[in-house]
Design a protein around this ligand. Structure first.
Ligand SMILES: Cc1cc2nc3c(=O)[nH]c(=O)nc-3n(C[C@H](O)[C@H](O)[C@H](O)COP(=O)(O)OP(=O)(O)OC[C@H]3O[C@@H](n4cnc5c(N)ncnc54)[C@H](O)[C@@H]3O)c2cc1C
Length: 455
């Protein structure tokens, strides 16, 4: 197969590759095998709209770069939303009320500058689109005017591999011109230039080049699974591991329900999946010693099952949505001393807001720091057909309030987008919000870039 390229179609309505998703028969089989005993579902499978009906585009591409633009229905439908539960369910119901008028596929920085100039001139908003997998409404425009989805998938070149220096840098195109950070290991020269743009979610500029810190593939890896009878002891063990400076490359604590659904552990106990990379096997031994001091027992459950389930999970999620379930995740970060209360509050809030108070809520740590964990909750509950979005919005509001009241941030890694705005606006200090608005006025004075996100 060397040298051949197999073209694969991406799903326009759901996650990933179109040919990897579960077909109708596989959805029904999943319902019979895994859901019937647990969830009151009717067994019908929501069909995939064949040919989405959209209003005609309100913009005509500029003649000098017409080949960089697309206006066909499938491209416009595929760029209407990201990939959250709300997005998938709206696409499946054919609810594509505000599709982009055009998609722009720049190949060069020059194309981006020209597209931004043209958008300003015709009064169109521009929404940068990377992989388009935002789960927070980051790539969806909710204004009324014309808009362009700026699909950056053709800016896919590896520009340089620097084996000596691992320093990071970003290069950004703003409507007012380019901005580039220095490539040095660290700098005390004021607030970081890169820091202004990382996390700015396409509101201040388009990142066109990024130097990343890549390390060589490790020659040695070591991993283990650990079983905890008491979930809180698992939490304490993880805290001790990271506070001892052991820095595992994988440190996922799964609560008992998460362990059952994703790691095949049916004994009702929590699991910790631990992994280290590099030549020092002693680090894993030290971490396991800490686990044992908290009652942890090394277990035969390895992270392979979890990894396989994890990689297939987005496709399974889409199948569950077609079968009539609400399936969505929320994530946060908090200090260690807040975690126990936050964990209880999120589960209680999700269950109280779910229809008939029936919801499966699981938790795992996706990241851990010396100062606290990043807990990630998955919520599954039956939906009424047609009311899925309203049901989720109610649960999301309840759960977000529980997170904020318990001292967590509204997002650890999913970002703010449009969906988290109300909680983000409360979370950030008012003067900081003013400073961000001032930066926006300087870099994007006509407010072309991703209106409604962050600022
Ligand atoms: C089923 C599922 C599972 C997921 N699992 C994970 C997970 O395990 N870990 C995780 O971290 N996330 C996960 N996510 C969330 C999502 O995939 C991430 O948020 C992802 O990093 C977004 O990257 P993207 O390239 O698709 O960004 P997009 O969705 O294209 O964009 C995100 C935001 O960045 C802006 N943007 C994009 N490119 C640029 C650019 N070049 N310059 C300026 N702004 C830009 C966009 O305008 C938007 O506001 C999951 C999502 C789904 C649906």
């Amino acid at each position: 197969m060397g040298g051949t390229y197999r073209w694969r179609e991406k799903s326009w309505w759901g996650w990933g590759w179109a040919d990897e998703g579960l077909d109708d028969a596989a959805c029904r089989e999943l319902a019979e095998r895994a859901l019937r005993p647990w969830m009151p579902i009717d067994g019908s499978v929501l069909p995939i709209p064949f040919d989405p009906l959209l209003d005609p585009p309100r913009l005509i591409p500029p003649s000098m770069m017409a080949e960089a633009f697309a206006a066909d229905s499938m491209a416009r439908a595929a760029h209407t939303y990201g990939k959250s539960f709300r997005d998938v369910v709206r696409a499946l119901h054919g609810d594509l009320r505000h599709p982009p008028d055009l998609i722009c596929y720049p190949r060069t920085t020059h194309d981006i500058v020209a597209a931004l100039d043209w958008a300003e001139a015709v009064g169109a908003a521009v929404v940068p689109y990377g992989g388009g997998t935002s789960v927070v409404g980051g790539v969806e425009y909710r204004g009324e005017g014309p808009w362009i989805s700026l699909d950056l998938s053709r800016l896919n070149r590896i520009a340089e591999i620097d084996e000596v220096n691992h320093a990071v840098r970003v290069r950004v195109v703003t409507p007012q011109g380019p901005v580039e950070s220095l490539r040095v290991p660290a700098s005390g020269a004021g607030p970081s230039v890169a820091g202004l743009f990382l996390g700015s979610e396409g509101t201040l500029g388009v990142i066109v080049e990024a130097w990343l810190r890549v390390t060589r593939r490790p020659e040695r890896k070591s991993s283990a699974g650990v079983r905890f009878d008491v979930y809180g002891e698992g939490v304490a063990a993880v805290r001790e591991i990271v506070q001892a400076g052991l820095r595992p490359s994988n440190c996922r604590l799964l609560d008992p329900v998460e362990a059952m659904l994703t790691a095949g552990a049916t004994d009702g106990r929590a699991r910790l999946l631990l992994g280290f990379e590099g030549p020092y096997d002693r680090l894993l031994d030290d971490a396991l010693e800490i686990c044992r001091s908290h009652g942890g027992v090394t277990d035969e459950v390895q992270d392979g099952t979890f990894r396989d389930t994890f990689l297939r999970a987005p496709y399974t999620r889409d199948a569950l949505i077609r079968l009539g379930l609400v399936v969505e995740t929320v994530e946060t970060a908090c200090t260690w001393s807040r975690f126990e209360q936050l964990h209880e509050a999120v589960i209680a809030a999700a269950q109280a807001a779910a229809p008939a108070r029936v919801a499966v809520v699981t938790c795992r740590f996706t990241h851990v720091y010396p100062d606290g964990p990043a807990p990630y909750f998955t919520i599954v509950t039956p939906a009424r057909r047609g009311a899925e979005v309203a049901i989720w919005d109610e649960i999301k509001a309840a759960v977000s309030a529980a997170i904020v009241d318990s001292g967590g941030t509204i997002t650890h890694h999913h970002a703010v987008g449009r969906d988290h705005r109300p909680w983000y606006d409360d979370e950030r200090p008012p003067l900081f919000a003013e400073a961000l608005r001032a930066a926006k006025r300087t870099l994007d004075p006509r407010g072309v870039l991703n209106p409604g996100v962050l600022i």
